[in-house]
Design a protein around this ligand. Structure first.
Ligand code: SAM
Length: 245
Protein backbone atom coordinates (compact mmCIF):
# COMPACT_ATOMS: atom_id res chain seq x y z
CA UNK A 1 0.00 0.00 0.00
CA UNK A 2 2.86 2.37 0.87
CA UNK A 3 4.56 1.55 -2.43
CA UNK A 4 1.39 2.27 -4.40
CA UNK A 5 0.77 5.54 -2.53
CA UNK A 6 4.32 6.71 -3.22
CA UNK A 7 3.97 5.86 -6.91
CA UNK A 8 0.52 7.30 -7.53
CA UNK A 9 0.43 10.21 -5.09
CA UNK A 10 4.13 11.14 -4.88
CA UNK A 11 3.79 14.02 -7.34
CA UNK A 12 0.97 15.58 -5.28
CA UNK A 13 3.06 15.25 -2.12
CA UNK A 14 6.07 16.82 -3.83
CA UNK A 15 3.97 19.74 -5.07
CA UNK A 16 2.41 20.51 -1.68
CA UNK A 17 3.93 23.30 0.43
CA UNK A 18 3.57 21.26 3.63
CA UNK A 19 2.77 17.66 2.69
CA UNK A 20 1.13 16.02 5.69
CA UNK A 21 0.22 12.33 5.58
CA UNK A 22 -1.95 10.79 8.30
CA UNK A 23 -1.69 7.15 9.33
CA UNK A 24 -5.14 6.81 10.90
CA UNK A 25 -5.54 3.94 13.35
CA UNK A 26 -1.90 2.84 13.21
CA UNK A 27 -2.52 0.22 15.88
CA UNK A 28 -0.67 -1.29 18.83
CA UNK A 29 2.79 -0.52 17.45
CA UNK A 30 3.99 2.51 15.51
CA UNK A 31 5.68 0.58 12.68
CA UNK A 32 3.18 1.27 9.90
CA UNK A 33 3.63 5.01 10.49
CA UNK A 34 7.43 4.69 10.65
CA UNK A 35 7.43 2.75 7.38
CA UNK A 36 5.02 5.17 5.72
CA UNK A 37 7.36 8.06 6.55
CA UNK A 38 10.37 6.22 5.09
CA UNK A 39 8.49 5.30 1.90
CA UNK A 40 6.97 8.70 1.31
CA UNK A 41 10.18 10.60 2.00
CA UNK A 42 11.81 8.80 -0.90
CA UNK A 43 9.06 10.14 -3.18
CA UNK A 44 8.62 13.52 -1.46
CA UNK A 45 11.43 14.44 0.98
CA UNK A 46 9.43 17.08 2.90
CA UNK A 47 6.57 14.77 3.82
CA UNK A 48 5.53 14.73 7.49
CA UNK A 49 3.56 11.81 8.92
CA UNK A 50 1.09 12.12 11.79
CA UNK A 51 0.01 8.85 13.37
CA UNK A 52 -3.52 9.16 14.80
CA UNK A 53 -5.01 6.63 17.21
CA UNK A 54 -8.24 6.52 19.16
CA UNK A 55 -6.67 4.43 21.93
CA UNK A 56 -4.71 6.76 24.27
CA UNK A 57 -2.43 3.93 25.47
CA UNK A 58 -1.35 3.33 21.88
CA UNK A 59 -0.44 6.98 21.48
CA UNK A 60 1.64 6.87 24.69
CA UNK A 61 3.37 3.70 23.49
CA UNK A 62 4.21 5.29 20.13
CA UNK A 63 5.54 8.62 21.44
CA UNK A 64 9.11 7.32 22.08
CA UNK A 65 9.29 6.63 18.34
CA UNK A 66 8.62 10.22 17.31
CA UNK A 67 11.38 11.60 15.10
CA UNK A 68 12.01 14.22 12.47
CA UNK A 69 8.83 14.23 10.40
CA UNK A 70 6.85 11.84 12.61
CA UNK A 71 4.50 12.60 15.52
CA UNK A 72 1.65 10.71 17.16
CA UNK A 73 -1.68 12.25 18.19
CA UNK A 74 -4.76 11.04 20.01
CA UNK A 75 -7.91 11.33 17.92
CA UNK A 76 -10.23 9.80 15.37
CA UNK A 77 -12.15 10.60 12.21
CA UNK A 78 -12.02 14.33 12.96
CA UNK A 79 -8.27 14.06 12.14
CA UNK A 80 -6.58 16.20 14.81
CA UNK A 81 -4.05 17.97 12.59
CA UNK A 82 -3.92 21.59 11.52
CA UNK A 83 -4.91 22.25 7.94
CA UNK A 84 -5.91 19.73 5.30
CA UNK A 85 -3.73 16.62 4.89
CA UNK A 86 -2.43 15.50 1.49
CA UNK A 87 -2.99 11.90 2.44
CA UNK A 88 -5.06 9.94 4.94
CA UNK A 89 -4.31 6.24 5.05
CA UNK A 90 -6.64 4.02 7.09
CA UNK A 91 -5.55 0.37 6.94
CA UNK A 92 -7.62 -2.24 8.73
CA UNK A 93 -9.62 0.37 10.61
CA UNK A 94 -13.10 0.35 9.06
CA UNK A 95 -13.30 -3.42 9.14
CA UNK A 96 -14.19 -2.97 12.84
CA UNK A 97 -17.20 -0.84 11.89
CA UNK A 98 -20.56 -1.70 10.34
CA UNK A 99 -20.98 -1.61 6.58
CA UNK A 100 -23.63 1.11 6.82
CA UNK A 101 -21.16 3.40 8.64
CA UNK A 102 -18.60 3.37 5.84
CA UNK A 103 -20.02 6.04 3.54
CA UNK A 104 -20.46 8.50 6.42
CA UNK A 105 -16.88 7.94 7.57
CA UNK A 106 -15.58 8.33 4.02
CA UNK A 107 -17.45 11.62 3.67
CA UNK A 108 -16.00 12.90 6.95
CA UNK A 109 -12.47 11.94 6.00
CA UNK A 110 -12.74 13.22 2.40
CA UNK A 111 -13.94 16.58 3.74
CA UNK A 112 -10.63 16.86 5.64
CA UNK A 113 -8.45 16.28 2.55
CA UNK A 114 -6.54 19.03 0.78
CA UNK A 115 -8.88 20.46 -1.86
CA UNK A 116 -8.33 20.14 -5.59
CA UNK A 117 -7.13 23.18 -7.54
CA UNK A 118 -4.34 24.64 -9.69
CA UNK A 119 -3.17 21.43 -11.33
CA UNK A 120 -3.83 19.35 -8.21
CA UNK A 121 -6.49 16.67 -7.82
CA UNK A 122 -6.38 17.27 -4.08
CA UNK A 123 -5.62 14.93 -1.19
CA UNK A 124 -6.12 11.18 -1.17
CA UNK A 125 -7.86 8.87 1.29
CA UNK A 126 -6.66 5.28 1.02
CA UNK A 127 -8.88 2.91 2.99
CA UNK A 128 -8.57 -0.85 2.92
CA UNK A 129 -7.89 -4.19 4.50
CA UNK A 130 -4.99 -6.65 4.36
CA UNK A 131 -3.87 -9.94 5.85
CA UNK A 132 -1.64 -9.99 8.92
CA UNK A 133 1.59 -9.60 6.96
CA UNK A 134 0.30 -7.32 4.23
CA UNK A 135 0.65 -9.80 1.37
CA UNK A 136 -3.00 -9.60 0.32
CA UNK A 137 -4.49 -6.19 0.29
CA UNK A 138 -7.49 -4.43 -1.23
CA UNK A 139 -8.15 -0.71 -0.84
CA UNK A 140 -10.36 2.07 -2.08
CA UNK A 141 -8.77 5.41 -3.01
CA UNK A 142 -10.90 8.52 -2.63
CA UNK A 143 -10.34 12.16 -3.48
CA UNK A 144 -12.12 15.21 -2.04
CA UNK A 145 -14.91 14.47 -4.53
CA UNK A 146 -15.41 10.85 -3.38
CA UNK A 147 -14.37 7.31 -4.37
CA UNK A 148 -12.07 6.94 -7.37
CA UNK A 149 -10.60 3.47 -7.61
CA UNK A 150 -10.24 0.04 -6.04
CA UNK A 151 -6.79 -1.60 -5.98
CA UNK A 152 -6.09 -5.31 -5.55
CA UNK A 153 -2.50 -6.04 -4.50
CA UNK A 154 -0.83 -9.32 -3.70
CA UNK A 155 2.51 -10.98 -3.28
CA UNK A 156 2.28 -13.11 -6.39
CA UNK A 157 4.40 -16.01 -5.19
CA UNK A 158 1.82 -16.99 -2.60
CA UNK A 159 -1.33 -16.49 -4.71
CA UNK A 160 -3.37 -19.50 -5.75
CA UNK A 161 -6.10 -17.53 -7.50
CA UNK A 162 -7.37 -13.93 -7.49
CA UNK A 163 -10.36 -14.79 -5.29
CA UNK A 164 -7.83 -15.41 -2.49
CA UNK A 165 -8.12 -11.63 -2.12
CA UNK A 166 -11.88 -11.76 -1.47
CA UNK A 167 -11.47 -12.16 2.28
CA UNK A 168 -9.47 -8.90 2.34
CA UNK A 169 -12.02 -6.75 0.54
CA UNK A 170 -12.56 -3.40 2.29
CA UNK A 171 -15.65 -3.03 4.44
CA UNK A 172 -17.63 -1.32 1.66
CA UNK A 173 -17.27 -4.40 -0.57
CA UNK A 174 -16.70 -7.48 1.58
CA UNK A 175 -20.38 -8.12 2.24
CA UNK A 176 -21.10 -7.60 -1.48
CA UNK A 177 -19.12 -10.55 -2.77
CA UNK A 178 -22.34 -12.35 -3.64
CA UNK A 179 -24.02 -13.12 -6.99
CA UNK A 180 -25.65 -10.04 -8.51
CA UNK A 181 -23.08 -7.62 -7.12
CA UNK A 182 -20.38 -6.13 -9.40
CA UNK A 183 -17.44 -7.06 -7.18
CA UNK A 184 -18.54 -10.71 -7.28
CA UNK A 185 -18.69 -10.65 -11.09
CA UNK A 186 -15.28 -8.98 -11.20
CA UNK A 187 -13.61 -11.60 -9.03
CA UNK A 188 -15.31 -14.40 -10.99
CA UNK A 189 -13.96 -12.94 -14.25
CA UNK A 190 -10.54 -12.46 -12.66
CA UNK A 191 -10.40 -16.13 -11.66
CA UNK A 192 -11.40 -17.13 -15.20
CA UNK A 193 -8.73 -14.91 -16.72
CA UNK A 194 -6.20 -16.34 -14.25
CA UNK A 195 -7.17 -19.90 -15.26
CA UNK A 196 -6.94 -19.03 -18.96
CA UNK A 197 -3.47 -17.55 -18.33
CA UNK A 198 -2.22 -20.81 -16.77
CA UNK A 199 0.24 -21.49 -19.65
CA UNK A 200 2.10 -18.32 -18.63
CA UNK A 201 2.80 -19.79 -15.19
CA UNK A 202 5.88 -21.47 -16.65
CA UNK A 203 7.33 -17.94 -17.04
CA UNK A 204 6.42 -17.15 -13.43
CA UNK A 205 3.42 -15.87 -11.49
CA UNK A 206 4.18 -12.30 -12.54
CA UNK A 207 3.77 -13.09 -16.24
CA UNK A 208 0.59 -15.00 -15.50
CA UNK A 209 -0.84 -12.06 -13.50
CA UNK A 210 0.04 -9.58 -16.26
CA UNK A 211 -1.64 -11.76 -18.88
CA UNK A 212 -4.74 -12.27 -16.74
CA UNK A 213 -5.08 -8.55 -16.01
CA UNK A 214 -4.64 -7.71 -19.70
CA UNK A 215 -7.57 -10.03 -20.51
CA UNK A 216 -9.62 -8.62 -17.65
CA UNK A 217 -9.07 -5.10 -18.96
CA UNK A 218 -11.09 -5.98 -22.08
CA UNK A 219 -14.26 -6.06 -19.97
CA UNK A 220 -13.46 -4.00 -16.87
CA UNK A 221 -12.23 -0.38 -16.57
CA UNK A 222 -8.70 -1.09 -15.39
CA UNK A 223 -7.08 2.30 -14.78
CA UNK A 224 -3.41 1.34 -14.47
CA UNK A 225 -0.93 -0.47 -16.70
CA UNK A 226 1.86 -3.05 -16.84
CA UNK A 227 4.22 -1.05 -14.60
CA UNK A 228 1.79 -1.56 -11.70
CA UNK A 229 0.67 -5.03 -12.81
CA UNK A 230 4.28 -6.20 -12.57
CA UNK A 231 4.07 -5.41 -8.85
CA UNK A 232 1.10 -7.76 -8.41
CA UNK A 233 -1.41 -4.91 -8.48
CA UNK A 234 -4.43 -3.96 -10.52
CA UNK A 235 -6.58 -0.86 -10.10
CA UNK A 236 -10.17 -0.57 -11.32
CA UNK A 237 -12.55 2.40 -11.47
CA UNK A 238 -14.74 2.51 -8.37
CA UNK A 239 -18.00 2.90 -10.31
CA UNK A 240 -17.50 -0.53 -11.89
CA UNK A 241 -17.32 -2.29 -8.52
CA UNK A 242 -19.54 -0.07 -6.37
CA UNK A 243 -22.32 -1.93 -4.55
CA UNK A 244 -25.74 -1.96 -6.14
CA UNK A 245 -27.99 0.05 -3.84
C1 SAM B 1 -6.46 -3.58 13.37
S1 SAM B 1 -5.67 -2.12 13.90
C2 SAM B 1 -4.81 -1.64 12.44
C3 SAM B 1 -3.41 -1.20 12.67
C4 SAM B 1 -2.65 -0.77 11.43
N1 SAM B 1 -3.32 0.31 10.72
C5 SAM B 1 -2.42 -1.94 10.52
O1 SAM B 1 -3.04 -2.01 9.45
O2 SAM B 1 -1.60 -2.81 10.86
C6 SAM B 1 -6.99 -0.91 13.93
C7 SAM B 1 -6.68 0.29 14.78
O3 SAM B 1 -7.61 1.33 14.47
C8 SAM B 1 -7.89 2.04 15.66
N2 SAM B 1 -9.13 2.78 15.46
C9 SAM B 1 -10.38 2.32 15.39
N3 SAM B 1 -11.26 3.31 15.18
C10 SAM B 1 -10.53 4.45 15.08
C11 SAM B 1 -10.85 5.81 14.86
N4 SAM B 1 -12.12 6.21 14.70
N5 SAM B 1 -9.85 6.70 14.80
C12 SAM B 1 -8.57 6.32 14.99
N6 SAM B 1 -8.20 5.04 15.22
C13 SAM B 1 -9.16 4.12 15.25
C14 SAM B 1 -7.93 0.97 16.72
O4 SAM B 1 -7.71 1.51 18.00
C15 SAM B 1 -6.82 0.04 16.26
O5 SAM B 1 -5.60 0.37 16.89
Amino acid sequence: MDRWIAATHGAELRRAVDPVAVDLGYGAAPWTAVELLARLRVAAPHTRVVGVEIEPARVAAARPYERDGLVFRHGGFEIPVEGRPCLVRAANVLRQYDEDEVVGVWERLCARLAPAGQGSRGGLLVEGTCDEIGRRHVWVALGPEGPRTVTFATRLGSLERPTDLAERLPKALIHRNVPGEPVHAFLRDFDRAWAAAAPYASYGARQRWIRAVRDLAADWPVTDGPVRWRQGEVTVAWEALAPRV
